[in-house]
Design a protein. Structure first.
Ligand SMILES: Cc1cc2nc3c(=O)[nH]c(=O)nc-3n(C[C@H](O)[C@H](O)[C@H](O)COP(=O)(O)OP(=O)(O)OC[C@H]3O[C@@H](n4cnc5c(N)ncnc54)[C@H](O)[C@@H]3O)c2cc1C
Length: 447
């Protein structure tokens, strides 16, 4: 074994990914500074009523609100699946806590604060410190420029781990004619409560978990809600079962000067608001890699296994880029891998081999007709990916119950979009999960 090296590492962001990075890097013996622009850990789970002045987020000079949570948001994954493997997300039965299997957002925030306190992470975080530039200096060190209380400083590090999240920069649908359409537009990033939609006719674009939640929530106050999505066929014009004022529509054809919205086959409605539930863009405004890492049609690349740019590895890495995954347990593995590679305990292939792997991956996506913007969508193979990293780290593979509950929840969410958080049929798996978690806790207490 080569000697273990301790590095000086900058982590950008104190959300779930940054906390996991700090935990695993420090456990490996590295020294860590976490830069966090807000005053608390938790990232996207720090709910705020504030929204941005530009409701669709196209103005690059707008003040940024990081969180995209709405007031009523509950998790779309059950807590057994969602939690870190090392620190299960079990229900706490004290008065202030939310013990539900799919808890509200505040409970996730509390859990992340518990995680930070369990592993002494907060002391590593520089709060209210926004990173404005990261670049490699001539000496090969990584320079980080940051601003704290109007004071700008620079500091050098051996390595940088990017954990800035990717649910803040709105992606909006392209709608022909929308610039002349007189109605209002808003992206779900700036959606908090349904009241502003009272008595309005709303066209909501999208079919993600947020689109499902928000469409139902605004239906309770809006005059009409029309859910436009590529996944609805051109013939689709039925009401949503159980709702008299929600219609499923195909994707919008155009928005018109007279206030109407046109759909295929000549169908038109007069609408007040377009609500874009159309996802987010990767955005690294502080990162200067001299063009080595780019974002092209929402592909961050080149990244070996969604983590390392081959020519800058292992000194620059990214945590949390994949989507359609259970994020926290994946962050843990990516962070353990990065920490072990930086110390020399785990090795990476050569730059050439990593690049070949990335190119083969891109070729396979292209051959299957997968657009670039789905490069980091791990639908169907997140656990295979996690298990590959786990093997690199000498970690056990994902628990079978976690895989099965994830799958059962996806099916249940489709079958019962309104009440999958209250009704489920995987009780036997939940029992298995809690048996395993209890065994894990008693092993930990014994050591
Ligand atoms: C509406 C919604 C619902 C979701 N529901 C679930 C769910 O039910 N279950 C689940 O597991 N996941 C869910 N997710 C996914 C969620 O994003 C992840 O769970 C996870 O919290 C992401 O963590 P992160 O650390 O990668 O990013 P974030 O939580 O976004 O944290 C990034 C941090 O970086 C900081 N930062 C950014 N730029 C800078 C800078 N330049 N300088 C300093 N600090 C900076 C930010 O302030 C922030 O604290 C949901 C996401 C959204 C948007």
């Amino acid at each position: 074994m080569p000697p273990i090296t301790a590095c000086n590492v900058a982590v950008i962001g104190g959300g779930a990914a940054g906390l996991a990075a700090a935990r695993h890097l420090r456990r490996e013996g590295h020294s860590v500074v976490v830069f966090e622009k807000e005053s608390e850990v938790g990232g996207i789970w720090v709910y705020t009523n504030n929204t941005e002045p530009d409701p669709i987020g196209v103005d690059p000079t707008r003040p940024i609100v990081h969180s995209s949570l709405y007031a009523s948001l509950r998790t779309n994954l059950p807590r057994e699946v969602m939690g870190f493997r090392e620190y299960p997300f079990t229900a706490k039965k004290t008065g202030q806590r939310d013990p539900r299997r799919f808890p509200g957002h505040k409970e996730v925030f509390e859990y992340l604060k518990d995680y930070a306190s369990e592993f002494g992470i907060s002391e590593l975080v520089r709060f209210e410190t926004e990173v404005s530039r990261v670049w490699r200096s001539g000496s090969g060190k990584w320079e980080v420029r940051f601003r704290n209380r109007n004071e700008e400083k620079e500091e050098g590090f051996d390595a940088v781990v990017v954990c800035n999240g990717h649910y803040t920069e709105p992606r909006i649908a392209h709608i022909p004619g929308v610039d002349w359409w007189p109605g209002k537009q808003i992206h779900s990033h700036n959606y908090r409560v349904p009241e502003p939609f009272e008595n309005k006719t709303v066209v909501l674009i999208g079919s993600s978990a947020s689109a499902v939640d928000i469409s139902r929530e605004i239906a309770s106050v809006a005059k009409e809600v029309h859910i436009a999505s590529w996944s609805n066929s051109n013939e689709e014009n039925a009401t949503l079962p159980g709702y008299h004022n929600v219609w499923l529509r195909p994707m919008i054809e155009s928005a018109n000067e007279d206030g109407t919205i046109s759909f295929p086959q000549g169908f038109k409605i007069s609408a007040d608001i377009i609500l874009h539930c159309t996802g987010y863009k990767y955005h690294f405004p502080f990162l200067d890699t001299e063009g080595i890492v780019t974002v092209d049609d929402n592909r961050v690349g080149p990244l070996y296994k969604h983590v390392f740019p081959p020519s800058l590895a292992p000194w620059l890495s990214f945590v949390g880029v994949p989507w359609k995954v259970a994020p926290f347990p994946q962050f843990e593995l990516q962070c353990e891998w990065i920490a072990g590679i930086l110390s020399g305990r785990i090795s990476l292939p050569s730059e050439k081999e990593m690049m070949k792997d990335v190119e083969a991956f891109y070729d396979s996506l292209q051959a299957s007709g997968v657009p670039k913007r789905y490069t980091h969508n791990l639908t169907g193979y997140q656990f295979e990916y996690n298990d590959w990293i786990a093997t690199q780290c000498g970690f056990p593979k994902t628990e079978e119950w976690r895989k099965k509950i994830y799958h059962a929840t996806s099916l249940n969410r489709k079958a019962r979009p309104e009440n999958y958080r209250e009704e489920w049929e995987d009780e036997d798996l939940v029992l298995q999960a809690y048996k395993d978690i209890a065994r894990q806790i008693s092993c930990k207490q014994a050591t």
